[in-house]
Design a protein around this ligand. Structure first.
Ligand code: ZN
Length: 428
């Protein structure tokens, strides 16, 4: 399944990777202060000033793509980055401690797929986006729709209340069942309403772990003194969520996924119309889109972890493999859900932050998970929850095979993801 998109001749490496950066990674052509390419590999600098002084952060050699990916398994993004900085301009093989860190120790034996179990032997990670399982938590993470009823409107006789984290989880659980029945080994980053990737709720995390997290971020200078003092003395739940928890939890999702070593990762979200401020009324707009890794903006290499992901994406074939999966998936969404694919002018962030991919509706975008997750992935945004028709469909629940009440539309979305995976891996 893997097909490394490495250049045919070693001599061409520099030109090949230079082209990759400009095509897929550097959206604004503003990142060359952070790296330099030579015949052997890529040299990373902590800032354009450091580059001017000739002071490198580390170097990765072209042939080290596989070791680099392995470095991000079994450890957090912070630890992986620290190991890269320690390596400096040595080869991975020249550092004994490092050897162990980058050797994949994968001895699983795969069962053979058959017609009844097409996914046998495949490992699939599913990430149900966000955490909320109720409106209160949905409001903390600002991923909710709470529209009052409008007697004058034919489409809003009843109030519309949707919590994206819950829709994502319901979709993920249905998809998991389908894939397991078809033989796959499936891992979910979180499995219950209001449960975070740490296996506890946000409130529990704030109680047990926020102080320690703030201390360690302060120590590595990712929080300044003012932010740190605010977090440990005054911050409420909302600020804790935004300023501390969110990024740490996304990194935990990536760590769990990379540790599982999936053949493919499916990240599930439902979108909204960004121009529909506050989502107090329904919108006519409705689009599907999928995101693959890439498209770093000019200020997105300031953190050492982000530079490490940039190098990983440059060397691995993840970007092309993800784009190809995203294309099949977007086609499946359009066909099965009857929602059109978003063009570049259909949402402001698509033209401002993304690079258009190989098909309409497929975009490279530098999100925490597209950046940090190893391997092939699809980050799906299947429809707009605030759309006039979708908002009503998402409120209509019916029983599934497993006898749980799930919105009918969510059942269709889960099926569309399943069919998209089938098509991508098994259609000839
Ligand atoms: Zn979302």
């Amino acid at each position: 399944m893997l097909n490394f998109a490495a250049p045919a001749q070693k001599l061409d490496s520099m030109a090949y990777y230079k082209d990759r950066i400009s095509k897929y990674l550097d959206k604004e052509k503003a990142l060359d202060g952070y790296y330099a390419l030579d015949k052997q590999g890529i040299i990373i600098y902590a800032s354009p000033e450091k580059k001017a002084q000739g002071e490198m952060e580390y170097k990765v050699f072209w042939e080290e793509a596989a070791q680099l990916s392995n470095l991000f398994r079994n450890r957090s993004i912070y630890e992986a980055t620290q190991l890269l900085i320690r390596k400096k301009d040595n080869h991975f093989s020249e550092d004994k401690g490092m050897q162990e860190a980058v050797t994949a120790n994968d001895i699983r034996t795969k069962p053979l797929p058959g017609p009844e179990k097409p996914f046998a032997g495949m490992r699939i990670a599913i990430d149900p986006g966000h955490i909320a399982g109720d409106m209160e938590t949905g409001k903390i993470e600002k991923k909710y729709i709470d529209m009052p009823a409008d007697p004058a409107s034919v489409t809003r006789k009843k109030p519309i209340q949707l919590v994206e984290g819950q829709l994502n989880l319901e979709t993920a659980l249905l998809l998991k069942e389908k894939l397991q029945r078809a033989g796959a080994e499936v891992m979910l980053t979180r499995g219950k309403p209001n449960e975070t990737a740490f296996g506890i709720t946000l409130e529990e995390w704030i109680k047990c772990c926020s102080r320690k997290a703030a201390d360690s971020l302060f120590k590595i200078k990712e929080l300044d003194e003012k932010e740190y003092n605010f977090l440990i003395s005054k911050a409420g739940k909302k600020e804790m969520f935004r300023n501390l928890f969110r990024d740490i939890e996304l990194a935990e999702r990536a760590r769990k996924i990379n540790n599982f070593r999936p053949d493919v990762t499916v990240i599930i979200h439902y979108n909204v119309d960004e121009s529909n401020t506050g989502w107090k009324k329904q919108t006519e707009k409705n689009f599907v889109m999928t995101f693959a890794p890439g498209s770093f903006m000019k200020d997105e290499l300031e953190k050492p972890e982000d530079r490490a992901c940039f190098v990983k994406l440059l060397l691995a074939p993840d970007l092309e493999n993800s784009m190809s999966l995203c294309s099949t998936m977007t086609a499946s969404f359009q066909q099965d859900l009857k929602v059109p694919a978003a063009g570049e002018t259909d949402a402001a962030y698509l033209s401002a932050n993304c690079i258009a991919g190989t098909a309409k509706g497929v975009y490279l975008r530098n999100l925490s998970l597209t950046r940090q997750v190893n391997g092939t992935l699809v980050y799906g945004e299947t429809l707009y929850q605030d759309n006039v028709k979708e908002s009503i469909r998402l409120m209509e629940r019916s029983s599934t095979d497993g006898n749980v009440q799930v919105p009918v539309r969510v059942q269709e979305v889960a099926e569309a993801y399943y069919k998209g995976l089938l098509k991508h891996y098994f259609a000839n």
